[in-house]
Design a protein around this ligand. Structure first.
Ligand SMILES: [Zn+2]
Length: 544
């Protein structure tokens, strides 16, 4: 009896013999045949048609003319979500349509759970010449057939271990549930580690939905991001939920089948028939986020940190924003449609951020161009800074960094590292005296009680927090006897404006109560953010 008798395609017949040579498969693989009456033959009972594809090794490399080899068929292909794949070319078309230029790539293959059941049936009753045990897996064969053409089309090498760009082929099979339902009664045996992984995944999914239900960001971030990612699970990895669920279903079927002995299995499943419909494929390309970090300096007042739209009028408040000034350059250069911005706190729109600037990092989503080096990043920094006359924003120390470093912005663990320094112009209700300056200079480690400021209490919970004014000093302002130039160093999270004017008694003590007069803040600048965060310290190994 021959493997053909069991509705196996030529590739599957080779797989069951343990064949591993790509050439052997490339020679025999062919699309599902069409009968004389125009209908198609049934697909292979084991790969469900997945390996019934034409193998084309003539894919032109990226260097050859592009326009010439994009034909109508390829153009039509780009809009389809679910594909009936008949040729290795379709993988190349999808990769090209998504437009990534990655440094390396991998092809992930997620098979329908029914494939496990069908393969088990073949293994349980090996035919002549079949090993019964060491069939070459479908995904291994598919990768071997497709990857050389992908490498030429993308202009980079396959790197199954470390590539941050993946083309994922998720195969769907219509009768998957029907054919694997009997496995529901077989217990799932998970190792402690696998169980932990699942709980973690469940917890993060729960958190994701809770966060979504709750507050939206007050000052809406990137508009392009919102529009593009609205229908996807997460901009960090939009296909994660969809692909992870399919992968789990496949793994679980394998796990449960491993609990059944051949006798019990064959009692349920006999020789699998050819499927009524072949498996179809969802093929997506996605690049893991890239991370860029540095420090920003804001030299003009009237620029909010992020895009700020008035809830009442729907109109923009302020002049541009720090985030947009930085994002616009980086997203364009890395050909990305969205990013998340993380910084060590934020200053008010009317407050400047001077000196060394504020630490920030940008998570660049699905960068189409990810092959950037130090020189490219330096060019981005120059371009952002060249626009400073218009934006009021400069950056320094811009560099590629790691995901860990992105999340660590503003998370300094040592309290002293979180101190911030300010310089303010303060006007008193009377001329400033020598005693005022002495009083200011002698104040150190002053603990104040701050209720949530009136101006933000509508969006933050109202509570009293103790904060420390670490030190202060002051100078006269020539020609302005009732004003002082106040320098302060405070614990992070101190509302400096409220410390100066007291916020109607909600902050005590305040500069006003210390000097026994009314005090008003005219101007405020941040001069230093004490933070030993350094984006360039991310080791090359952990860059992702
Ligand atoms: Zn097959």
């Amino acid at each position: 009896m021959d493997a053909r008798d069991r509705h196996a395609c030529a590739a599957c017949a080779l797989r069951f013999r343990g064949e591993t040579l790509r050439e052997a498969y490339a020679r025999v693989c062919a699309p599902i045949a069409t009968r004389e009456d125009g209908t198609r033959e049934r697909a292979c009972a084991f790969c469900l048609g997945i390996l019934q594809i034409a193998v084309h090794d003539d894919t032109p490399s990226t260097s050859s003319s592009r326009a010439a080899d994009v034909d109508d068929e390829e153009t039509a292909h780009a809009d389809r979500r679910v594909l009936d794949i008949t040729s290795t070319r379709e993988f190349v078309w999808r990769a090209r349509a998504r437009g990534h230029a990655p440094a390396s790539f991998k092809l992930d293959v997620i098979l329908p759970a029914a494939v496990h059941t069908r393969e088990r049936a073949a293994r349980a009753r090996p035919r002549d010449g079949e090993s019964g045990r060491d069939a070459t897996p479908i995904d291994v064969v598919l990768r071997a057939l497709v990857c050389p053409a992908l490498a030429r089309a993308l202009g980079c090498e396959e790197d199954a271990e470390n590539a941050t760009y993946a083309l994922t082929a998720k195969y769907k099979y219509r009768d998957d549930d029907k054919e694997t339902r009997f496995l529901a009664g077989v217990p799932l045996k998970l190792t402690a580690r696998e169980r932990e992984e699942r709980n973690k995944h469940r917890a993060s999914a729960r958190k994701h939905w809770q966060r979504d239900k709750g507050s939206k960001r007050k000052r809406g971030g990137g508009g392009a991001e919102d529009a593009f990612f609205a229908h996807l699970s997460s901009p960090e990895d939009p296909f994660e939920d969809e692909f992870a669920a399919a992968k789990r279903a496949y793994d679980d079927a394998g796990n449960r089948l491993a609990q059944m002995d051949d006798e019990a299995f064959l009692d349920v499943v006999n020789e699998p028939p050819a499927p009524e419909f072949p498996a179809r494929c969802v093929l997506e390309a996605f690049h893991q986020p890239a991370h860029v970090g540095g420090w920003y300096v804001k030299l003009d007042r009237g620029v909010p940190q992020s895009r700020w739209i008035s809830r009442e009028s729907g109109e923009r408040i302020g002049r541009g924003s720090v985030v947009e000034s930085i994002e616009s350059v980086i997203l364009e250069r890395m050909r990305s449609r969205g990013a998340k911005f993380n910084s060590s706190g934020r200053e008010d729109m009317d407050v400047r951020m001077l000196s060394d600037g504020r630490p920030f990092a940008l998570q660049v989503h699905d960068p189409k161009r990810s092959r950037v080096d130090a020189e490219d990043v330096a060019a981005m920094e120059r371009e952002i800074n060249a626009r400073y006359e218009t934006t009021g924003v400069r950056v320094r120390g811009l560099c590629l960094t790691s995901k860990a470093c992105y999340h660590a912005v503003g998370q300094a663990s040592d309290e002293r590292e979180k101190e911030k320094s300010y310089v303010a112009v303060v006007r008193l209700s009377r001329p400033a005296t020598r005693e005022d300056h002495e009083k200011i200079a002698s104040t150190s480690c002053l603990v104040i009680q701050q209720a949530t400021p009136t101006r933000v209490v509508h969006r933050r919970s109202d509570m009293v927090r103790p904060r420390t004014i670490v030190s202060m000093s002051s100078e006269e302002i020539p020609g302005s006897p009732d004003s002082v130039l106040l320098r302060l160093r405070t614990q992070a999270g101190t509302y400096v404006k409220e410390f100066v004017h007291g916020d109607g008694g909600r902050t005590t003590p305040s500069l006003g109560t210390l000097l026994d007069c009314r005090a008003n803040i005219i101007q405020l600048d941040v001069t230093a953010i004490n933070d030993d965060w350094n984006p360039s310290e991310a080791s090359t190994a952990e860059k992702d």
